[in-house]
Ligand binder design. Sequence first.
Ligand code: DQA
Length: 146
Amino acid sequence: MRILLLNGPNLGRLGRRNVAVYGTTTLAQVVEACRTRAAEGGWELTHLQSNHEGAVIDRLEERDYDAVVINPGAWSHYSYALRDALEACDVAVAEVHISAVEEREAFRQTDVVADVSQFRVSGHGVPGYLEAIDWILETADPRQTP
Ligand code: DQA
């Protein structure tokens, strides 16, 4: 079984970007921790970070995965194209936000992806990614979940 881990815009600079909000863990460290946790459950993990919305949607169209963990970054707040792509991928989707988006600026209160995510975590820092992986591992047949 394969998990597709996706990270949206500006998350490539994790560990250096706004460390007061997002912390000092780098994206490479996040991916490694997620891959290790997935492997413990017998799952493979592939990862893409992109600042280009179309690249992420193209990746979702490849349909070579059994579950998705995604931090859509700012796209969460306005991208209906990404929302529709996640809805169409027909597998379980877990949405991660490192920060507590509900407690930040008004524009972050809107989440257009939330209704197509079966699991959502925000404000738990980088460990939120591992919570999402654990949810996937605990979901016996993710294709039945949506
Ligand atoms: C984020 C929150 C978003 O509002 C922001 O645009 C990000 C990161 C988070 O992980 O807390 O890029 O998704």
